[in-house]
Design a protein around this ligand. Sequence first.
Ligand code: SF4
Ligand code: SF4
Length: 431
Amino acid sequence: MTPTRETFGNIPLSSQLAFYALAAASMAVFAWGVYRRWKLWRLGTSINARDLITGSLAAVWQKIRGGAKRVAVDAGAQKRVFGHGIGTFAHVSMYVGFMALFVGTVLLEADNVLSHIHHALKFHEGAYYVAYEFTLDVLGLLFLLGTLFFLGRRLVKPPALGHRATDWYVLLGFLAIGVTGYIVEALRILWQQPTGIGAHCSPVGLWLAGVLHLDVAAARSSHFLVWWIHSFLVFGFIASIPFTRLFHFVAGPMHIFLAKNVLGAMPPVTMEEVEATGRVGPADIRHFSQQQLLSLDACMECGRCEEVCPAFATAKPLSPKRVVQDLKGAMEKTAAALAAGKEADVPPLHGTVIAPETLWSCTACSACVNTCPVRIDQLTFILTLRRHLVAEGALSGTAATALRRMQSNSNPWGLPAAERTNWTDALTPKS
Ligand code: SF4
Ligand code: SF4
């Protein structure tokens, strides 16, 4: 007998219809959540994203190929996640398991639709079925392993990692989805009673079926119940993506696509711009670009930037992660103030959101930008905010002293101008 199974085996038509209605509802909530965040990004200055998709196909490809490559390498192959030991392994396990389950579900639905159009179009059978079931069964374990690692890490709470109550919801939800998925599989094996390779291609499900050890009638009714629990969990998960840390699934790749991160390159400011706006550098959140505001939503508070920041390590009042999160808070408050028609409640970035000492603590080493898995450019946020302080004459500390000395002596050390390059003598190679 050809190994196969029905997509909705044991599920009556009324439940199938309810399933699709719930799927549509959860996707509608997801889309609404994304739309709410998109409106926040629109507060920023335009990046003319539409230009990317105008012109001939060759011209469009020319414009998007850099971004597409970055998404493929950074997000698809998880390149920027590597280098963090067991944390990397856990993230990659979870990612690979999740993507396999996602693609597997899409294929299952495609098979279901095609086989309803014509039974000859059904492809979920034979060798394909065996390979599909085995791959998903094994990769589901990877997903669970990754989830368990991150649950353990939440319990340990490393200081650099951000914590939100919803993180528990996300991880326990993942665990429940993975476990109920296996139980559904085991109960299906118990009532369907496949034989040979058709059963052994799901080794985890088959093992669990042996543990549950139910008769066919009990397996059928339990299968129906657990199938619904599993479906509710999945729909709840889809709907909650834009409202939890999981939103980095969406904002991360979008930002990686748009971000170029040319280290050390400051965005230029023209005199026309200064005359038109009356300022240099951002004073409130609307003065950042739409791409920069999108990057705030891509941050998953992993703390990697904080871990490599020399200013943070030397107890200066700066954490690049905190800067990103504080700006994100300012974005949300600004949107709320504008929606309420209260322009006066838009928080000024300087002093209110970010303290000047925070900005002056940065050594501009770029370590944070270099390590961020989603290419957030914390340094440009800091430098452009600092640029505003300079233009306002709000300089203090060593930066102010160095500039004063440059003005009077042409030497930031306060020594005679002729001695300005003396420090390079020790670096000159001896011939
Ligand atoms: S800015 Fe990047 S590195 Fe820093 S916490 Fe956010 S995602 Fe992690
Ligand atoms: S560039 Fe500034 S914020 Fe980033 S790691 Fe270096 S000192 Fe820290």
